[in-house]
Design a protein around this ligand. Sequence first.
Ligand code: COA
Length: 376
Amino acid sequence: MTTPTAVLSATGLFTPPESISNDELVAAFNRYVAAYNTRHAAEIAAGSRAALAESGSEFIEKASGIQSRFVMDKSGILDPDIMRPQLPQRSNDEPSLQAEIGAAAAREALQGAGVDAADIDMVIVANSNMQRPYPAMAVEVQALLGCGGFAYDMNVACSSATFGVQAAADAVANGSATRALVVNAEICSAHLNFRDRDSHFIFGDAATALVVERADLAQPGRGFAIRSTRLWTQFSNNIRNNAGFLNRCEIGNDPLAADKLFVQNGRKVFKEVCPAVGEHIAAHLAACGIDAHKVRRFWLHQANRSMNELISRRVLGRDASAEEAPIILDRYANTSSAGSVIALHLYQDDLKAGDLGVLSSFGAGYSIGSVILEKR
Ligand code: COA
């Protein structure tokens, strides 16, 4: 293995102030279902339209492990007549919402690293969803913080964090940057169909940030050496969102149709992604000559508790303890690219110099990324 040239020196987290419990979400969904079924009672009775089924908190917690989620706007989501976040429109002269929450997480990461914003010369915003196509969200974050150098956006869905870390570590290793910020600013509540029983409970909002810098510039004793990164992708339609700039031009296409939001075949995703992630992490560790049992912590993408349990079992050959593979999705739900970084942010303080950890994210694409970290 080559000497590490990049370190992940600090992390930051922005958590929205409002949270929605399963019971609150289910109550709003079931009010919508009751109104829908009443409105279409005659057709339902005639058999020409299917009645909608209610959602249930018990199912949600059992199927996903999610108990609550943080969101940018609670009242709009819980209003059965609206069922989406209601976000005040901002003028072009105001900071955009996504850049603002990304910058909030970034400020904490910069403070943790002991780095001035002006010393950052690369900013990546890596998300499942970008607020707009251009100018890049990353360039706005760069300006809000007062960073130098260059900035760009990238999107590898839920895997965006680890893909961003590899891009930053490579840039630092090859000399095109010295200090990078990787920001994951996820407003997943805006791409979630809160009228879809199968998925209305899955996502929450949060922003995370990481500082990746050249080892010789980083303050000693902070963060982690980036020992190795590994990425994988394979095309699949099982997690898809068709929103895009061609929607309004495609003949017969409705830009507001349900396929312009998150859609998945959850069962297939579960069955196909878990083994692929388990094998990916095991192969990555083996390639680096690391015994999986020597890894103190797995900061996994946070989509589903059973998925994470299965992945840990595949890597370790046994169940992981709560300390080895911490869960944050119980209170954050799936925050897409931010999830694994939230786990890293909240569960790193007890590690000692030399301890090994794996940051891994996975999702649409399909895509999988892993980063092997060694505590400094
Ligand atoms: N409330 C109550 N019951 C529900 C429900 C809800 N909100 N949604 C579905 N159900 C019912 C279904 O109707 C079905 O009933 P049936 O067995 O009588 O037909 C049953 O629960 C199982 O539904 P299914 O969709 O097969 O559930 P599941 O066990 O696969 O769990 C997910 C659904 C989404 C939690 C799960 O597939 C998953 O987490 N997949 C991983 C994918 C993922 O999270 N991806 C995100 C991007 S990485």
